[in-house]
Design a protein around this ligand. Structure first.
Ligand code: ACO
Length: 313
């Protein structure tokens, strides 16, 4: 079915750990409120000198090592991000320079917010299938420095997010199952930021919650239908890590035990495009994600966008 095989993963978190209690010292909030509403207990923010690029490079280096792939074998580097340090050059180009990826590699960023990593996997698969890349391996990254868009006096947003990067090395696998489903509901009100009139991330939390619980279960079923698989045939469900209650509501709609869905927002908060590759890396290094297993990844977020794909470990 010409799917993607996951050969290696990596992750990089910045050095400044901020707990819910730390926030409660400067904001009218509490560990109880944040934990009950979101599941989040701590997150990491970039300190002086740490950037989206430095996180991406750290994660990418680990992923190449884990995959036992040399930089010179990479034909494609895609970074999913909505918080690149600069508009240009692309974050992926800075990764190319830092890691010594070949000059024949195609390096580009994509912005699909929290759906970014899933969209980058489908983009990588299509480009690999196209047969025009100079190398058989794709380095797919999710890297975010969301702290640069946060208003740290707005308790309704700043406690939800974190900085971080995750990376995956993939290649085509003719035996691996594949299906991809995406959706977009263009909306500049529900979740937005980073513009001249709205420098900080702002959202209607309840609307985002409803949107995610409505679209993601439908998306997951559509991915499975396309691939001719049942939920039982999927070993792991890895969703964007925005909020534990969103994941539990999605599990309920799909009539699945919540434990089937990986969760790590407790440790990292919502790291947008980085959340799924960070989760994949944790699972792989903990021995939870084994060779030959099938993973269904689904993202949702600003745009509004959503998407789901399959991966073969
Ligand atoms: N601490 C204490 N109280 C707070 C905080 C806080 N950090 N934030 C908001 N509140 C207050 C509000 O001011 C409100 O007070 P009021 O009733 O006096 O007006 C009260 O808590 C309830 O606020 P709601 O927004 O209605 O709370 P809700 O139960 O909906 O939870 C939350 C808010 C956690 C944001 C929830 O709506 C949610 O998780 N939504 C999804 C958000 C999300 O996942 N976004 C990211 C996905 S997309 C992406 O990743 C870019």
């Amino acid at each position: 079915m010409n799917g993607l095989q996951l050969l290696g993963t990596g992750r990089c978190l910045p050095s400044r750990r901020v707990t819910n209690e730390d926030f409660a010292r400067t904001l009218d909030t509490s560990d109880a409120w944040i934990t009950e509403r979101t599941g989040i207990r701590q997150r990491y923010f970039c300190a002086e000198g740490e950037t989206a690029v430095s996180l991406a490079v750290g994660a990418a280096r680990q992923a190449l090592e884990d995959a036992d792939v040399q930089p010179g074998q990479v034909g494609l580097c895609i970074a999913a991000t909505f918080t690149a340090d600069r508009r240009t050059p692309a974050l992926a180009c800075e990764v190319q320079a830092a890691l010594g990826l070949p000059q024949t590699a195609l390096c580009l960023d994509i912005n699909a917010a929290c759906t970014g990593f899933v969209a980058a996997l489908e983009t990588a698969r299509c480009l690999l299938l196209g047969g025009q890349l100079a190398g058989p391996y794709a380095l797919v990254l999710g890297a975010e420095k969301i702290s640069s868009l946060l208003d740290f006096s707005d308790r309704s947003t700043c406690v939800l997010f974190g900085d971080g990067a995750g990376a995956a090395v993939v290649r085509l696998d003719p035996q691996a199952p594949w299906a991809a489903v995406f959706g977009t509901r263009g909306d500049g009100q529900v979740l937005h930021g980073g513009g001249p009139e709205d420098p900080y991330l702002a959202m209607d939390g309840r609307a985002v919650f409803r949107f995610a619980v409505e679209t993601v279960p439908v998306c997951i079923r559509a991915v499975l239908d396309k691939a001719g698989l049942t939920l039982d045939a999927v070993d792991h469900l890895v969703l964007h890590q925005a909020n534990s209650r969103i994941i539990h509501s999605i599990a309920k709609k799909l009539e699945q035990a919540p434990a089937r869905f990986y969760e790590n927002m407790q440790r990292y908060g919502n790291t947008s495009a980085a959340s799924i590759p960070i989760a994949l890396d944790e699972m792989r290094r903990a021995g939870q994600l084994c060779p030959g297993q099938t993973v269904l990844c689904a993202g949702f977020g600003a745009g509004l966008t959503w998407g789901g794909v399959l991966l073969r470990a």
